[in-house]
Design a binder for this molecule. Structure first.
Ligand SMILES: [Zn+2]
Length: 411
């Protein structure tokens, strides 16, 4: 059968759920040697490799999950470059691009992004889609058709990234209603400087709308270097005053938290964990866009304090964010590009369980996927197999990979 196979591979130990754990050979980088078989699209056998067998020449990962992207603007850099490379420049070029935007152009960008992402080894992606009053609601019908078209290869989630006040309009209500039957997440931006009273008012409306239609919220929040944690503090206060605890909330970015004292991060972290708010750290765009002051010699780069938040039991995922658009000129929907750039600069050790969680397990939980990403008997044969024997090989430029979707080699 074409969707069956067998391989001798290395798997990060914290991704390998195996019955015969005692006989597992684990190397110094926490990679364990196993023999894996799959049948009819599912893993049928997972066994430790015998000590006498040579170290396998391949590393196996579950297919990846992208927690945060922007398919609607990907590959627009050539027509809409932002040579200042800062946040303000990106926003104004982004708004220029909106003037020329058509449903057709957006669909082409989404389809191109999806094909690349599947080829490079993703199994699920959450993408934000810029949403504004003058945009025809029909675009969503077409986007949901694309979601269905690719559903056998990839799980797709859309977030409507709108100005906060949009969710207090009849168009906002109409879209939320549509999302309640088709799926879809309410999005917004809470980046200082902002009017705290107004922001809190619109956030309340958004939370009530999400609660009414049983939807989730994903916010671009505190993507800044000023007013550390200002958006998060408003969010926590608003949730408390509304006494709403049924709306699942994701905070994307939270970069300015890095400027708070360790104690403040710990205390805010505890509150985030208590409310079961998920966090996505987006180091690549944060490092590229923020704190670009020519007089600044500190090279201080804001990014969510991942390890400190994890210490407070917050579920933190990594994400890539923009690809070749005014916000970020590079990238190509390749998980290994993101990891090679982000892991060293974030000082995350790939051989530690807590790092593996930010790449595979937390993202699977965030997107509420059926499979948590652990390799075990009975899990889907959805793999990326690399010609590699160490983490140095994984983060090298000469990567050879094979992507398996439900047991079949994707080509
Ligand atoms: Zn974003």
């Amino acid at each position: 059968m074409s969707n069956s196979g067998t391989a001798e591979v290395l798997i990060p130990r914290s991704l390998c759920s195996i019955e015969d754990f005692d006989n597992l050979i684990i190397d110094v980088e926490d990679l364990c040697a196993v023999s894996i078989s799959w049948d009819n699209g599912y893993v049928s056998e997972l066994k430790p490799l015998n000590k006498k067998v040579k170290k396998p020449k391949n590393i196996l990962f579950p297919r990846f999950v992208e927690t945060h992207s922007h398919f609607d603007k990907s590959f627009t850099w050539a027509d809409f470059p932002n040579f200042k490379s800062n946040y303000g420049g990106a926003l104004s070029v982004n708004l220029e691009e909106h003037k020329t935007r058509t449903t057709d152009k957006v669909l082409k960008r989404v389809e191109k992004s999806l094909k690349l992402a599947i080829k490079n080894g993703y199994r699920a992606i959450r993408s934000h889609i810029d949403t504004y009053e003058s945009q025809p609601i029909n675009i969503w019908i077409e986007l949901f058709k694309l979601k269905k078209k690719f559903s056998s290869e990839l799980t797709l989630q859309f977030v409507a990234l709108a100005p906060m006040e949009f969710w207090d309009t009849s168009n906002g209500e109409e879209l939320a209603k549509m999302f309640s039957s088709h799926g879809g997440i309410l999005g917004g931006v809470m980046v200082p400087p902002f009017n705290k009273k107004e922001t809190s008012k619109f956030l309340s409306k958004m939370l009530l709308l999400a609660s009414k239609y049983k939807l989730e919220i994903d916010l671009h929040i505190d993507e800044s270097i000023i007013e550390p944690g200002a958006g998060l503090k408003i969010l926590l206060k608003t949730i408390e005053s509304l006494k709403i605890n049924t709306v699942p909330i994701t905070c994307s970015h939270l970069s300015s938290l890095i400027s708070l004292s360790p104690n403040e991060v710990l205390n805010l972290g505890k509150k985030i964990a208590e409310k079961n708010i998920k966090v996505i750290a987006l180091p690549i765009t944060n490092f590229w866009l923020l704190n670009r002051d020519n007089k600044n010699t500190s090279l201080k780069r804001p990014v969510a304090p991942i390890k400190q938040l994890q210490h407070s039991h917050v579920d933190v995922s990594l994400g890539s964010d923009n690809v070749q658009d005014p916000w970020y000129p590079f990238g190509n929907f390749d998980p290994f590009y993101m990891l090679s750039s982000a892991i060293p600069m974030l000082q995350l050790n790939p051989w530690e369980r807590i790092t593996i969680s930010t790449i595979f397990l937390a993202p699977s939980r965030l997107l509420k996927l059926k499979w948590d990403g652990l390799i075990k008997k009975g899990c889907p044969a959805d793999f990326v197999i690399l010609e590699a024997q160490s983490w140095a090989d994984v983060f090298s430029c000469s990567l050879k990979r094979k992507v398996f979707i439900k047991g079949d080699l994707h080509s």
